[in-house]
Design a protein around this ligand. Structure first.
Ligand code: NDP
Ligand code: 2IT
Length: 445
């Protein structure tokens, strides 16, 4: 890191104490952008790096709600509006007990560069709550979402800030949030949220977009190296929205996903994960993975261990941040892994990235590889604004084209800076340059 950037990073750590995930995300970007700063002294003169590390606005609020037994709970809600240089703030909402300001800031920071990489007009933001939806009834989730939106509505809007889903927030939650926004504001403002149901303004392929997009990215990356996903043995972590549609697309492209996981453990099915069963368990019954082995006799369910111990050629982490540490990276290398493509946000620790790089494993960072979700969200906004709706096939073709463009942007930028094959540098430099140019044009705001 150049000395000027080192000073900025020290100040970020001092000004945001106790937020290690945010520090980690900032460090990873600042470590990459030295060559771009050297070529563009105007960025340093305008203090772009300092300004880009400070969210434009941060909102923290109380979310009181009542459970089915009449007990009152108080959660904490967040929306961090990180950067609007390229468009309205855009990014998901996460409902998980681990959510605190540092998680929301790391996600909002990442989102800013990811959204820039899509080439679409979207700024970066993120939100959520420390609410745990596990084991809650639909009516409890509805009451929580209504209370959450009763504060959030004043901060968002189709031209201002457009939330969507993330961990713990899927179609059900977006529906309740949209209903409450409509009720409070007395406006049918379709473009205020994305990830909506197809019955009321949602877009084809949004549900599938993050998982499909990550697999398209993996296929591009492997094709550059001389062979696509066809015939590859793949392990996916998680079994939620991103994981399920990643598995579907791997199978469609001729690969075989032999294991996936949830927070309790993993399932290993060497014949290939039965996607229909997984979807029924996870999307319809909201069940644990253990149930998989009750239906598939030859499958093995392993509790309390990492899915990365299952040998594979391609690893798709699609669960959560920092799930691949040094030990998991070493296990992947030992198992013959040739590529790691991040479907989740920041699932690989810096130590793990170093181990993978040292072993020659190709690595695609989440801000490039999982950008398909937010890209199709931007397409949803576009369809809402024009009151059009595109077919599944057309939307999927657009997603494929966007992922190819993102791949090529990362590749070409890395080459331009003399770092061939370094997708991390390519993604960080290209995303940073796009945001920096817009910030420069807007003056000191
Ligand atoms: P879901 O809530 O649908 O699924 C999350 C999955 O990951 C579940 O299987 C869950 O297991 C597991 N998981 C979540 N948190 C943890 C944790 N702390 N420890 C262990 N396992 C965990 O979320 P998504 O699939 O939407 O999101 C997955 C990842 O992808 C996240 O990093 C998210 O930020 C990222 N992402 C999501 C996008 C989207 O469009 N949804 C877009 C881009 C990135 P369990 O059910 O047992 O908790
Ligand atoms: O991390 C992400 O990119 C998302 N959760 C999706 C954000 C969005 O606005 O669709």
């Amino acid at each position: 890191m150049p000395a000027t950037v080192e000073t900025v990073f020290a100040s970020v750590v001092a000004r945001n104490p106790g937020e290690p995930e945010f520090h980690q995300a900032v460090r990873e970007v600042l470590e990459s952008i030295g060559p771009a700063l050297a070529r563009h002294p105007e960025y340093t003169e305008a203090r772009i790096v300092e300004r880009i590390c400070e969210p434009e606005r941060q909102v923290i609020f109380r979310v009181p709600w009542e459970d089915d037994r009449g007990r009152i709970h108080t959660n904490r809600g967040f929306r961090v509006e990180f950067n609007s240089a390229l468009g309205p703030f855009k990014g998901g909402l996460r409902f998980h007990p681990s959510v605190y300001l540092g998680i929301v800031k790391f996600l909002g920071f990442e989102q800013t560069f990811k959204n820039a990489l899509t080439g679409l007009s979207i700024g970066g933001g993120k939100g959520g709550a420390d609410f745990d939806p596990k084991g809650r009834s639909d009516r409890e989730v509805m009451r929580f979402c209504q209370s959450f939106m009763t504060e959030l509505y004043r901060h968002i809007g189709a031209e201002t800030d457009v939330p969507a889903g993330d961990v713990g927030v899927g179609g059900r939650e977006i529906g309740y949030l949209f209903g409450q926004y409509k009720r409070i504001t007395n406006r049918y403002e379709s473009g205020v949220l994305t990830g909506k149901g197809l019955a009321y303004g949602g877009a084809q392929v949004r549900r599938e977009a993050t998982g499909y997009g990550a697999v398209f990215f993996a296929d591009e990356m492997l094709s550059r190296a001389g062979g696509g996903l066809d015939g590859k043995r793949v392990v996916v972590s998680g079994s939620g929205n991103v994981a399920i549609y990643a598995i579907e697309k791997v199978h469609q492209l001729g690969g075989r996903v032999v294991a996936c996981s949830d927070s309790s453990g993993y399932v290993h099915d060497d014949k290939g994960i039965d996607l229909e069963l997984l979807r029924e368990l996870k999307e319809q019954r909201r069940a644990r993975l253990d149930d998989y082995a009750r239906h598939v006799r030859h499958a093995r369910v392993v509790s309390g261990r990492t899915v990365w111990e299952v040998p594979c050629e391609v690893a798709l982490p699609c669960a959560t941040q920092n799930e691949i540490g040094g030990a998991e990276a070493a296990a992947l290398v030992a198992g013959g892994c040739v590529a790691v493509v991040e479907g989740a946000n920041m699932p690989t620790t810096p130590e793990a990235v170093r181990i993978l790089a040292g072993a020659g494993v190709r690595f695609a960072p989440g801000k490039a590889a999982n950008a398909g979700g937010v890209a199709v969200s931007a397409l949803e906004m576009r369809q809402n604004a024009s009151r059009e709706s595109w077919t599944f096939d057309e939307s999927e073709q657009r997603l494929r084209g966007i992922m190819r463009d993102i791949h090529d942007r990362c590749w070409n930028t890395a080459e331009e800076y003399g770092l061939p094959g370094d997708y991390v540098a390519g993604a960080n430099i290209d995303g940073f340059r796009r945001v920096a140019e817009a910030m420069l044009a807007h003056g000191l705001i």
